[in-house]
Design a protein around this ligand. Structure first.
Ligand code: PLP
Length: 363
């Protein structure tokens, strides 16, 4: 048995133990081939099976139609901030953004580098410290696309509805909540997610793109590697992909399907974990203060404050002594953040709640 702590870090984040074990075996020798998964050619048929299976499983879990392509790219979600406007902006049609936090702001910034005039923020929760998800905003129809961040990793808020965009293609950064629940994924023209939060290790980024969006890049004269069309045509094998990272994502997708029993069960499990933790926060409301408005609370990143910063420091340190690690909030906002992604075990949330009760009593 290996030693396992309860890892509340926001990303890179906890992985299912069974996935880590399986990966470790294949780091030594991949499927009896006499070499490691880290040494195999990305053109080998064994790796081709891995990436094709992963693409198929993403489509199946998301229930996507045949007009979608699944890519595993590099450069993180952060490169997508720029690739999206670069590939998908149509001249004189503004790109629309909802500003729900630090990651949205970065996406907006990358678009305005390309075309400041046509970068438009249609709704924002900045005036209230990003503590809620805007609803009921207007989406002008003469637009290139509408971009949202479905889960705000730093402020701990999440969309619990899909905005009505009409004819405007809807694009979502799902870096911190991809495959955490059932959604009508066919409502999106493009979905992207850095793998290291909910899908696998760092090093690859999932991009799901619809045919009509690929068409938009065809006529653009873009650097080869920055053009979605390149990656769609070569099925993510234009250049060497992150072989190991894609392999582990493939194992995580199998884990969702075979061990968790699909997205519905993953969602149930996530709701059970989040509800245990939020109930504890609310019950001890004299000491713990949830920072997200109740109807916008994230299933993945639970953020809260203690009466003062000294106590928060102590809380993080004492929790670590009990093997509850990574509870410090993002450096830009402070406070406490418990990231409880798909692979985070329910027992870990129970342990945290017990610790919170004890800490409140003693302080
Ligand atoms: C972590 C994160 C990113 C950045 O991901 P990188 O892969 O590090 O570029 C973008 N968006 C959201 C919502 C995130 O949580």
């Amino acid at each position: 048995m290996v030693k396992r702590v309860y890892n509340f870090y926001a990303g890179p984040a906890t992985l299912p133990l069974s996935v880590v074990e399986k990966a470790s075996k294949n780091v030594l020798e991949f499927e009896g081939l006499g070499l490691s998964i880290m040494e195999i050619s990305h053109r080998a048929k064994e790796f081709d099976n891995v990436i094709k299976e992963a693409q198929k499983d993403v489509k199946e879990l998301m229930g996507l139609g045949d007009d979608y392509h699944v890519l595993f790219l590099q450069g993180g979600a952060s490169l997508q901030f720029h690739m999206i406007p670069l590939n998908l902006m149509v001249s004189d049609k503004p790109a629309l953004y909802v500003n729900t936090g630090a990651w949205s702001k970065k996406a907006i910034k990358e678009c305005s580098i390309l075309d400041k005039e046509n970068t438009k923020v249609v709704a924002s929760s900045e005036s209230k410290n990003f503590s809620f998800i805007p609803n009921g905003f207007d989406v002008p129809q003469n637009a290139s696309y509408l971009h949202i961040t479905t889960n705000n990793t730093i402020s701990g808020t999440e969309y619990h509805y899909i905005p009505e965009a009409g004819n405007v293609p809807l694009i979502a950064d799902m870096s911190s909540d991809a495959l955490c629940r059932k959604l009508d994924f066919n409502k999106f023209a493009l979905i992207y997610a850095g793998a290291q939060k909910n899908l696998g290790p760092a090093g690859t980024t999932l991009v799901v793109i619809r045919d009509d969006m690929v068409k938009r890049c065809e006529s653009k004269n873009l650097p080869t590697l920055l053009n979605y069309k390149t990656h769609v045509d070569k099925e993510s094998l234009f250049n060497t992909p992150s072989v190991f990272a894609v392999y582990v994502v493939h194992l995580v997708l199998k884990w969702i399907k075979d061990e968790m029993g699909g997205l519905e069960n993953v969602e149930k499990y996530n709701r059970k974990k989040a509800s245990l933790l939020y109930s504890a926060i609310d019950e001890m409301g004299d000491f713990y203060n949830g920072t997200a408005e109740k109807d916008s609370r994230s299933l993945m990143n639970v953020t809260f404050r203690l009466p003062d910063e000294e106590l928060e420091k102590k809380f993080v340190a004492k929790a670590a002594e009990k093997n509850l690690i990574g509870l410090k909030g993002h450096r830009s906002v402070g406070g406490i953040r418990a990231s409880i992604y798909n692979a985070f075990p329910y027992e870990g949330v129970e342990k945290l709640v017990d610790f919170m009760k004890e800490f409140r009593k003693n302080n």
